[in-house]
Design a protein around this ligand. Structure first.
Ligand code: C2E
Ligand code: CA
Ligand code: CA
Length: 257
C-alpha cells in the first residue's frame, strides 16, 4: 500500500510539471459513415508526451487528473487545442468534418464550461453543431439542477451531445429522452465478440434499434474486422470509429491520411 501511495504521489507531481511544461498532445481518431464510407468526424484523444517514457495513454493518468482537479486546466486545454486543430484543417481546405471531445464529470459540473466552449467556438470560427461533447452514462444518471442547466446551455449554444461507452453503465432510457442526446456510441466490449456471440449480436441489434427509433446517430466503437462492420451495417448502425478505419494519429498525420 505504501508503495502504491508513493507511486501515485510521484505520478501526481509529474503531471503537475507536465501541465507547466506543456507535455500534453492530442491524437485524432476518425469516424466514418458505414454506408458511404465517408469520413464524418474525428475524436480528440489525450496523450502525455512524458520525457523518458514515450507517449503515455490516457488510461494511465486521466483518473489522477480527475481526482486532483487537474482535469480542469487540462480539459480546457483539450477543448481549445482540438478546436484550433479543426480550424487549421478548415483553412487547409479539408471537408468540414465534426470534432468530438471527451468531458469528465468534474468538468461538466464546472460553471465556466459553457462559456469556455462558446468562446472557443467563436474564436476559431467553428459552427457549434460541428462540436460534439462525449459524456458517460454515470454522469447523466445524476439528474440534478447542474446537469439540467448544463444541458440547457449546450442546447442554447447548439453543440451536439454523445453518450460514450453506451451499455457499460446504468443505461437509462429516461435520461436519453429527457436530455435529447444526439449520438450513442456502442461500447467496444459489445462489438468485440461480433458476429459469433449471439447475445452480443442481440444487444447490438437492440441498441441500434433504440438509437434509430429515437433518431440518434449510432456509432460502433472498436470494430476490428470486416465481418463486424458488415453485420453492424446490416443491423442499421450509422457510423464506426475503430482500428479497422484507423488508429488515433497526430494532427499532421491526419491530413495525409
Ligand atoms: P474512449 O472515449 O472510449 O476512446 C476510445 C478509446 O478506444 C481510445 O483509447 C481508442 O484508441 C480506443 N480504440 C478505438 N478504436 C479501437 C479499436 O478498434 N480497438 C481497440 N482495442 N481500441 C480502440 P485511448 O485513446 O487510449 O483513450 C482511452 C480513454 O481515455 C478514452 O476512452 C476516454 O475515456 C479517456 N480520454 C481520452 N482523452 C480524454 C480527454 O481529453 N478527456 C477525458 N476526460 N478523457 C479522455
Ligand atoms: Ca470518447
Ligand atoms: Ca468510448
Amino acid at each position: 500500500m505504501t508503495a502504491a501511495v508513493a507511486a501515485r504521489m510521484s505520478l501526481e507531481g509529474h503531471l503537475r510539471r507536465a501541465i507547466e511544461r506543456q507535455e500534453f498532445v492530442l491524437h485524432f481518431q476518425p469516424k466514418s459513415d458505414l454506408r458511404s464510407g465517408q469520413v464524418t468526424g474525428v475524436e480528440a484523444l489525450l496523450r502525455w508526451q512524458r520525457p523518458g517514457h514515450g507517449l503515455v495513454a490516457p488510461d494511465r493518468f486521466v483518473s489522477v487528473l480527475e481526482d486532483t482537479g487537474m482535469i480542469l486546466p487540462v480539459g480546457a486545454w483539450v477543448i481549445r487545442a482540438a478546436c484550433q486543430q479543426l480550424s487549421a484543417w478548415d483553412r487547409l481546405g479539408l471537408p468540414p468534418i465534426r470534432l468530438a471531445v471527451n468531458l469528465s464529470a468534474r468538468q461538466f459540473r464546472h460553471q465556466f464550461l459553457a462559456s469556455l466552449i462558446e468562446d472557443t467556438l467563436l474564436e476559431n470560427a467553428i459552427e457549434p453543431d460541428r462540436l460534439e461533447i462525449e459524456l458517460t452514462e454515470s454522469l447523466l444518471m445524476e439528474d440534478n439542477e447542474t446537469t439540467r442547466a448544463m444541458f440547457e446551455h449546450f442546447r442554447r449554444i447548439g453543440v451536439r451531445v454523445a453518450i460514450d461507452d453506451f451499455g457499460t453503465g446504468h443505461s437509462s432510457l429516461s435520461y436519453i429522452k429527457r436530455f435529447n442526446v444526439d449520438s450513442l456510441k456502442i461500447d467496444r466490449s459489445f462489438v468485440q465478440s461480433l458476429p459469433d456471440n449471439d447475445e452480443d449480436v442481440a444487444i447490438a441489434a437492440a441498441v441500434i434499434a433504440l438509437g434509430r427509433s429515437m433518431r440518434m446517430c449510432v456509432v460502433a466503437e472498436g470494430v476490428e474486422t470486416v465481418a463486424q462492420a458488415e453485420l453492424l451495417l446490416e443491423l442499421g448502425c450509422d457510423e464506426m470509429q475503430c482500428y479497422l478505419l484507423s488508429r488515433p494519429m497526430a494532427g499532421t498525420e491526419f491530413v495525409a491520411w
